[in-house]
Design a protein around this ligand. Sequence first.
Ligand SMILES: *Cc1c(COP(=O)(O)O)cnc(C)c1O
Length: 396
Amino acid sequence: MTAADRIALSEPLLGGNELAYLRECVESNFVSSAGPFVNDFEIKFAERVHSRHAVACASGTAALHVAMRIAGAGPGKLIAVSDFTFIASANAVSYTGADLLLVDSEQQTWNMNTELLYDDVCRRARLGRRIPDIVEVVHVLGHPADIEPLFELRSRFGIRLIEDAAEAHGARWRAGMVEGCQVGTVGDLGCFSFNGNKLITSGSGGMVVSNDAAAARRTRHLVNQAKSSEHGYVHDEIGYNYRMSNIAAAVGLAQLEQLDSFLLRKRTMAEQYDRLLASAPLRRPPRANWASPSHWLYSVLLRGQNNRVADVVHELNERGIQGRRLWPPLHRQRPYESCERLGGVVAEDLYQNGLSLPSSLGITSEEQGRVVTRLCNVLAHDGPQQKHAPESETQP
Ligand SMILES: *Cc1c(COP(=O)(O)O)cnc(C)c1O
């Protein structure tokens, strides 16, 4: 097998104005945080997602951290977070010193079970127990979460709402109170990532969006070391060096110009996998009829396979297919194992049976065919039932 035969999990596609804009950065000498691309990227991103304001940051994690600060997270506060997510969602909370309440997923979309949280908050309020100050809801794998119960929590209890839309650029709701809205724009603040494996990339980067001018102003302040005047080194609180560079914004802007065509490619990829996998012993990814997802990573749950997911992923990788298991729930990660939590069985099932298939923007239907053929071969053959060693130790 040559490197060219390998099918990667998620590679960026850099076929637009990236090189031309990078050339402009070099030729104009604007390579750092001053320069026109940052401003341009922010304005165009805000327009694209229909938010009033957008502030570019160094990463999605930085965006979440600042959003947490703006929403008031800190020592003594309680933040409800999706149990099933990439660990950055939780780390951004922990940086502030706040406590976490981990909320299980629901079956339909794999996102936070917002009904479960709603009922629990009402019960806590009745019993006079501490209720969350903020909910951070993740649009997992690019599928919009069922968000309406969180609006109810906001209006009844004043709980603030932060959306982690790191994987969900351009995803929308298609029904209900938020019909037509894009994810990231209906909470108090929304956060996106432009890491290399996300739908669009700036190399590394993130964005905070908000319709609240004061929140956006304060975000800009905090990402720029809380500098209080244009001239001189005067700072009125402890901020961060979280600005995006002009180089990153140049790439991000060029990628943003292609977002619509990328979303179309992803949808075509997902539909092709749906067809190819129609009779495989697995559950295909969620697609609620009220949602228009970004189809970030096409992920499936094995069914009737006896917890073989580690073996299946390993065997795929041996055959040049870069599959990857889904995240262990936060409650299984060392730093978060003693957090308070609601449920956890669904998140556990997602981890025990879930894997993502190669989902690069440039994947061809021939490559998808090869992925599915190899996956079905692996599933058909029972495989050794012995306990699996860590992947790095099982390379031939
Ligand atoms: C990628 C990701 C982040 C973090 O973004 P970075 O740009 O890598 O810092 C946060 N939350 C989720 C759900 C993500 O997938």
